[in-house]
Design a protein around this ligand. Structure first.
Ligand code: ZN
Ligand code: ZN
Length: 473
């Protein structure tokens, strides 16, 4: 659920804590998609116009759903104030992590809230960022085994390093890994990994309890050594799966700048929970910043402001609408792929998981019958929509401007029913309305040649004779 529109016109004295609807149609990014998506899909799926790969069905769905996200004409629920009887229309959201900036922001916030509240205990945490050479990145989005295998190697090597540093051979660190599909700095697909690992290891004591052994920060040389071990194992993995020749892998190992890069310079202290939530949100952030898009329809141009200047010193990039949409489509991750993964002590099948994750501490405090306990933990695991909006935007979406509580009473999903209701209330019927596909560039100027022009001037007259001889009987 998303934007809200009030059927009551007396909205002048709105309190700051009341949720205000967003207006997705007024953003440049929305207009860019609305104006060009149909043309883009026709051209992108036709090999005559482009050499770029086709738009996969999940990306097409995500782009189309984004246009309906937050528009009441495509579905909404109705909430009524218990105190003043005012009715509010709350439109549905598309739930895609890309390209919708609103849903991506909510998913990022959910990740931050859930991991900090329920998973990561109050211990120091370090962020490990791994990028791979371009050559290998190509296979990460083509072959799921490479994507998973690389993540496992990163998690495993960091754990081994922490064990050595702590001097505890069987210690387990807790790891949450985020797969980032693109880089917002240049609007290009660039699969890389952010990993949050506890800065130390958990150890099972003789009495069955679990203790945590903190470690000192790694030196630059130590991080470099971990990077080299990771690179060697990843190259072996790619050779084993025939994505790389053995000789090429050996050659890559000798390069001074191999393209592998491991960074471990960012860490948060055990008591800095706000800092940790900020770090989680950074790791789970969307692949591009929609508010940095400026769409100039008259000039048929899109300007994307870079979050920070690139190595060439550019602060923005200029693209045509078609180029921009092509890049954004490539940033949409494959469907049903988990982009947040848990390893080591945080892995679902780890024996000590229940003793180290945060929500278990709270469970231990309250003694409940087993059935009750199950219900409680399930409720805790899912943030309700209202709680999420309260957490992200610090406003209460179920509070009426009069101060009363709003109760959701009805759901509308059928387009005609939505339109009927909105019309009765005098509200605008906003639905997704992408512009129809345009002809390819230059098509309007193309003139059909006249066939007479093609008659060769020296064609002998006898070729245009009457009936051919074999018809004569
Ligand atoms: Zn009210
Ligand atoms: Zn959305």
């Amino acid at each position: 659920m998303d934007g809200m529109a009030c059927t009551c016109r007396q909205t002048a004295s709105v309190r700051p804590s009341v949720y205000r609807p967003r207006r997705p149609q007024q953003t440049d990014f929305y207009r860019l998609v609305e104006d060009n998506i149909e043309t883009f899909l026709v051209q992108a799926n036709d090999p005559f116009y482009t050499s770029a790969p086709c738009v996969p069905p999940h990306a097409e769905t995500a782009m189309r759903d984004f246009l309906s996200c937050g528009l009441p004409g495509d579905g909404f629920c109705r909430a009524v104030c218990r105190r003043c009887g005012r009715t509010l229309v709350i439109s549905y959201s598309c739930q895609h992590r890309c390209p919708c900036p609103s849903c991506a922001a909510k998913k990022t916030a959910v990740a931050g809230a859930k991991l900090v509240d329920d998973v990561i205990p109050e211990v120091p945490v370090r962020m490990w960022t791994l990028t791979l050479p371009k050559r290998l990145r190509f296979f990460l989005d083509k072959d799921a085994k490479m994507l998973d295998g690389t993540g496992r190697i990163l998690a495993g090597e960091v754990e081994m390093f922490l064990r050595r540093l702590a001097g505890i051979e069987d210690g387990r660190c807790g790891t949450v890994q985020f797969i980032q599909w693109g880089a917002s700095r240049d609007l290009q697909r660039h699969v890389h990994y952010h990993q949050l690992s506890t800065d130390g290891v958990f150890l099972v004591c003789s009495d069955g309890s679990v203790s945590f052994q903190e470690v000192r920060p790694p030196t630059r040389e130590e991080v470099k050594a971990v990077e080299q071990r990771i690179a060697t194992r990843i190259l072996k993995l790619f050779v084993r799966h025939d994505h790389l020749e053995n000789s090429e892998a050996e050659k890559m190992k000798t390069w001074e700048f191999s393209g592998f890069s491991l960074d471990a310079s960012v860490a948060v202290e055990a008591d800095d929970r706000k800092g940790l939530e900020h770090l989680v949100r950074y790791c789970a952030k969307p692949s591009f910043v929609a508010s940095n898009v400026t769409y100039l329809p008259d000039a048929d141009q899109v300007i994307y402001r870079l979050p920070k200047p690139d190595p060439q010193g550019r602060t923005q990039i200029e693209l045509t609408p078609m180029e921009c949409l092509q890049r954004i489509v490539e940033l949409i991750p494959p469907p049903r792929k988990n982009m947040i993964r848990f390893y080591s002590a945080f892995a679902p099948n780890c024996a000590i998981r229940r003793k180290v994750v945060r929500y278990s501490e709270q469970e231990q405090l309250t003694i409940l019958p087993s059935e009750e306990k199950k219900k409680t933990s399930r409720r805790k695991a899912n943030l309700t929509w209202a709680a999420l909006i309260r957490r992200v935007f610090e406003v209460d979406p179920l509070r009426c401007p009069c101060g009363g509580e709003l109760k959701i009473v009805e759901f509308y999903t059928d387009g005609h029913e939505c339109a009927d209701y909105l019309e009765r209330c005098g509200l605008p019927i906003q639905t997704a309305d992408p512009k129809p596909a345009r002809s390819p560039p230059g098509f309007e100027d193309y003139e059909e040649p006249e066939f007479e022009d093609y008659v060769e001037p020296d064609t002998p007259d006898e070729w245009y004779g009457t009936d051919p001889p074999f018809y004569e009987d």
